[in-house]
Design a binder for this molecule. Structure first.
Ligand SMILES: Nc1ncnc2c1ncn2[C@@H]1O[C@H](COP(=O)(O)OP(=O)(O)OP(=O)(O)O)[C@@H](O)[C@H]1O
Ligand SMILES: [Mg+2]
Length: 353
């Protein structure tokens, strides 16, 4: 079942590197930022992918409002950084205000955030968790929302996602009691609950589909709730239909190549044999790719998850393209949106304010 947007609070978007995680996470956040909702889009890889996609100045460790939506909806974005999160964490759990900077001087912060690998993930997820827990009245950075209706995480790639989301189980084992133990437990509970969905972005190609199948198996094994598989950059049939039929007929040998060479020659094109030959190669390549894509699609269907197809947009990803993808995702999430749901307003040349 497609998750109901009211129930799911945390959408985790993973996928093979370069498959479109950042693009899909952004479009999904825009899709959710309707009807007065306040939505937070978070990245954890410190790569400023969100800022690039949104065409906005670099994001920092405190969230910034990046776009306005219909009905007073708002989209906020944040780039979580391990060092800042650790200092915040020490402050929260040990009230280590100044001691935190001493630790920084002796290199302990570097140690914890770069050398001890699991610690980094604990900190990053901790920060995302904190955003899901925001309720009115709890302390939050000045000028930021008191509450988020939904959080979308541009997460690590498929190869690392299960370990990333499971790191708190180890923390809960290590810290037998106390605030860190209970926070780790609460994070684990959230991540395994109905409030979370892990969506996997893929392309219709062998490697990404294989990674998707493996990742879904791993996530399921770990008891993490898988949401939708998003097939990104799906090609609408490259050609108009009659051309496609002709091309496939050529590939199958239904149309005679010498006849094609004759036709090519009769309109005055040089070297008709060569042109007809390369047309035949194109036709076979096209047919092979369609066959391959169909086989990959079958593999994805066997996962028994909702499949969302997003088209390859020929002009790349700008505000209009994101809105188009957001509409398609919204249709999946919310099949009967309000008539006047409208679109998120992405100002030109950056969304910072
Ligand atoms: N549907 C689409 N149509 C056209 N271009 C797309 C589409 N989706 C993504 N792209 C482009 O593909 C590239 C990769 O997308 P994106 O950065 O979202 O992938 P990613 O999975 O986040 O990559 P990384 O693993 O490097 O973080 C970008 O240039 C993006 O603009
Ligand atoms: Mg990315």
């Amino acid at each position: 079942m497609t998750p109901s947007p009211d129930r799911v609070r945390l959408h985790v978007v993973t996928g093979k590197g370069g498959s479109g995680k950042t693009t899909v996470a952004t479009a999904l956040a825009m899709a959710l930022a309707r009807d007065g909702r306040t939505v937070l889009l978070v990245e954890v890889e410190e790569r400023q992918g969100l800022a690039q996609t949104l065409d906005t100045p670099p994001l920092g460790p405190v969230e910034r409002r990046v776009a306005d939506g219909p009905g007073g909806a708002a989209l906020w974005a944040l780039s979580v950084e391990a060092r800042a999160s650790l200092l915040e964490y020490l402050q929260q759990f040990y009230r280590l205000g100044r001691a935190g900077s001493v630790l920084e001087k002796v290199g302990a912060i570097d140690f914890a955030t770069t050398i001890a690998p699991g610690v980094r993930d604990v900190l990053l997820i901790g920060k995302v968790f904190e955003a899901t827990r925001r309720t009115s009245g709890r302390p939050h950075p000045k000028g930021t929302p008191e509450h988020y209706d939904a959080i979308v995480l541009d997460a690590p790639p498929t190869g690392r996602i299960t370990r990333f989301l499971s790191v708190n189980e180890q923390v809960a084992d290590l810290a037998k009691a106390g605030p860190i133990h209970s926070q780790a437990g609460a994070i684990t509970t959230l991540l395994h609950s109905d409030q979370t969905r892990v969506h996997v972005v893929t392309l219709l190609e062998e490697m990404p589909v294989q990674e998707t199948v493996d990742a879904v198996a791993e996530l399921r094994e770990a008891g993490l709730p898988v949401g939708a598989v998003v097939v990104n950059q799906a090609r609408a049939a490259l050609l108009d239909e009659p051309d496609e039929v002709a091309l496939l007929a050529l590939a199958d040998g239904t149309i005679d190549v010498p006849a094609v060479a004759d036709a090519v020659g009769s309109v005055g094109i040089d070297d008709p044999q060569r042109v007809a030959g390369s047309l035949l190669d194109t036709a076979r390549g096209y047919r092979d790719r369609l066959d391959l894509e169909a086989a990959q699609y079958d593999l994805l269907e066997q996962l028994g998850l909702p499949l969302v197809l997003l088209p390859l947009l020929p002009d790349g990803i700008d505000g209009g393209a994101l809105a188009e993808l957001a509409d398609l995702l919204a249709e999946e999430l919310d099949p009967e949106p309000d008539e006047d749901a409208g679109q998120l307003d992405l100002p030109e040349n950056g969304l910072a304010r």
